[in-house]
Design a protein around this ligand. Structure first.
Ligand code: RBF
Length: 158
């Protein structure tokens, strides 16, 4: 299904695991900061709404999405962290950087989750342009940071 038609922001709180004692690490790319800040706000609001404690949520900034993998690894290897949420925005440009960065971060985040056997969530937008990014960072298609947080919560329930 096209992502414009699918929006986990409408997810209900029924049958959701208790996350009041879970610890979350959010790794946030500074590149496209306007977008990633909104993704971060959406993720935080959702975690708190579902019962996470403020003091159990940590933030680590990294320069760009390419660095999300290493940032995620630094946090995922800590025993006290239950789930890591990676937030970034890679906007399609005229060079092949877009493909290299997207491939690297998708593969890297997958590997970190498998290595540490805990949820490491891919909250990275890969839009064609700034407007598509805004639409998914609190705009008409919801907030994918919110959805990344819900995904982490769901994974902790398995
Ligand atoms: N990082 C992002 O998070 N989003 C981008 O859209 C993005 N575009 C980039 C385009 C170019 C041409 C370059 C060189 C880097 C870009 N980066 C972007 C930064 C990248 O994730 C990383 O921080 C740097 O490549 C340093 O490793």
């Amino acid at each position: 299904m096209a992502t414009s038609l699918k929006n986990l922001s409408q997810h209900t709180q029924e049958n959701v695991t208790d996350i009041s004692d879970k610890k979350f690490a959010l790794v946030v790319a500074e590149w496209n900061d306007e977008i990633t800040s909104s993704l971060y706000s959406g993720a935080i609001e959702t975690l708190l709404r579902y019962g996470a404690k403020k003091e159990n949520i940590y933030r680590k900034n990294v320069p760009g999405s390419f660095e999300l993998t290493l940032g995620a690894q630094w946090l995922a290897k800590l025993d006290e962290i239950d789930a890591v949420i990676c937030l970034g925005c890679v906007i399609q440009g005229e060079t092949r950087h877009f493909d290299f960065i997207c491939d690297a971060v998708a593969n890297g985040i997958t590997q970190v989750g498998l290595k540490y056997d805990k949820p490491v969530i891919f909250g990275v937008l890969t839009p064609d342009n700034q407007q598509q990014a805004l639409d998914r960072a609190g705009g008409k298609h919801g907030n994918k940071g919110d959805e990344a947080a819900i995904t982490a919560i769901k994974m902790l329930g398995f």
